[in-house]
Design a protein around this ligand. Sequence first.
Ligand code: HEC
Length: 180
Amino acid sequence: MDQSTANPSAPPDDREAIARKKLQRLGAVIGAVTLLFAVGVVVAIFVMATTDPPTPQTYAPPVPGSINGIDVDPAAGRQLFAQNCASCHGKFGEGMIARGVNLRESAFVQLTSDSKLLKFLHVGRKANDPNSILKIEMPAKGANPLLGDQELGDLVAYMRQIQIDARRTTTASTTASTAP
Ligand code: HEC
């Protein structure tokens, strides 16, 4: 602090008072900054404590609903499934050893949007695909070239339905097994 700011011609008492005032002001500024910091820390802790970790997006069934503007129907999908998919994935989508995976509990189905699942059914998955689970091919359209957007959309709706059924069954059996 140099003398030029404090009035050099002022009597020594005044100079002391001016210096004290400056010190008080500095103290107030430090106090305010400290308070702001403390409030920031409290807010940050609160936000961290009350924010849930992000949960992965899951998809509800389009029942009744539409995919890419086409109305789809899980009941129609059930029939198509029996005719085109059950030979590998099992009658209820429960999976068959060395033929097709469980679709009732498939995380891929759960985490993939309707339109992306539709696209998937159009092309299937090659055995050498890096994402392949069994290293066996999932044939495009379940190997039935007659299936179009309508049929494959119905099948997506059906897969949503059996995933819901599976979750309900799992919850029921968990409850049953823990009951006295
Ligand atoms: C010839 C046997 C076969 C038929 C028929 C078949 N699939 Fe598959 N499917 C597979 C196999 C094998 C896989 C697993 C591929 C892999 O290893 O990643 C699979 C995978 C899938 C998956 C991905 C599951 C996941 O968790 O990654 C879906 C969805 C699926 N099939 C739906 C269908 C539907 C719907 C039909 C009927 C239109 C069908 N499949 C017909 C053999 C078949």
